[in-house]
Design a protein around this ligand. Structure first.
Ligand SMILES: Nc1ncnc2c1ncn2[C@@H]1O[C@H](COP(=O)(O)OP(=O)(O)O)[C@@H](O)[C@H]1O
Ligand SMILES: [Mg+2]
Length: 252
């Protein structure tokens, strides 16, 4: 039997009386790759914020493995194996690539362990960050200031940084937005490698071509409700999904 790593059970969220997430339930199997898609404003980022603990849910529950994480703080969710990237880049623009990657280690190292320059363990953290950059083919950017790097490289650095927490489940909010074709290919290669190493992926993405190349499962949100769950191929033939996208600039 396939084991669910993440399950959402009738999750609800209101903002000032407006229901933004409406009874959403779905599961993400351990080791799988799932896309969360839907028109702008559908509630995708809000759902990520609920899963990662940025927002508290109003009703329902969220399980990670066998643990109900609905009401535990986001830093604790991180320790239980949940890591994420944000829709807008949140790297420290004036720090170097390797320094940014090291910031992703804080949930394991503790801030003191990372920042105290003579700390015995410090070499280990530097080495680990450099190794991750090497494995992603990003060695050559190691010492460069992040603000000077192309957008596509920054997006990959963000993914590497999120991985430093050694997550079981990685949430990526529009990782391919704004990337050109070759940057998108490089990102896909990185995500495929991460997935092969056993990390479960949940990705918000508009580009159905990207989704088809990465994911086995698609969950579609529209006005805060789940309107479809299935394979990318099924999603592209599903009337309700096509209708949700009509009139938007994201028609696949
Ligand atoms: N903190 C907030 N306060 C009030 N409304 C919010 C907040 N965050 C999101 N919303 C609203 O929730 C809806 C869904 O937004 P969002 O989750 O960002 O959609 P998506 O990521 O699918 O484009 C939108 O109508 C948005 O205005
Ligand atoms: Mg969003």
């Amino acid at each position: 039997m396939e084991r669910a790593l993440l399950s959402l059970n009738q999750v609800n969220k209101n903002f000032g009386g407006l229901r933004v997430i409406n009874d959403v339930s779905f599961a993400v199997t351990a080791g799988s790759r799932t896309a969360l898609i839907g028109p702008n404003g559908a509630g995708k980022t809000t759902l990520f914020n609920l899963i990662s603990g940025v927002y508290e849910l109003d009703n329902g529950s969220i399980q990670l493995d066998d643990l109900d994480i609905s009401h535990i703080p986001s830093h604790a969710r991180c320790r239980y194996g949940l890591s994420r990237s944000f829709q807008n880049i949140r790297l420290m623009p004036h720090l170097s690539t390797v320094e940014n990657v090291m910031l992703g280690q804080h949930s394991r190292a503790g801030m003191a362990g990372m920042l105290f320059p003579l700390g015995i363990g410090r070499n280990r953290w530097v080495r680990e960050a450099e190794e991750a950059l090497h494995n992603a083919g990003l060695d050559s950017y190691r010492g460069q200031i992040v603000a000077d790097l192309p957008y596509g490289i920054q997006k990959r650095i963000e993914v590497i940084r999120a991985l430093m927490a050694q997550p079981k489940l990685l949430l990526l909010d529009e990782p391919a937005a704004g990337l050109n074709a070759s940057e998108t290919d490089a990102l896909l290669e990185l995500l495929n490698r991460i997935s092969e190493e056993g990390v479960t992926l949940l990705v918000v993405e508009h580009d159905m071509n990207f989704v088809s190349r990465l994911c086995q499962q698609v969950v579609v949100l529209n006005f805060g409700e789940k309107i479809f769950q299935g394979t990318p191929q099924q999603a592209q033939q599903e009337r309700a999904v096509l209708e949700a996208y009509l009139g938007t600039d994201h028609v696949a």
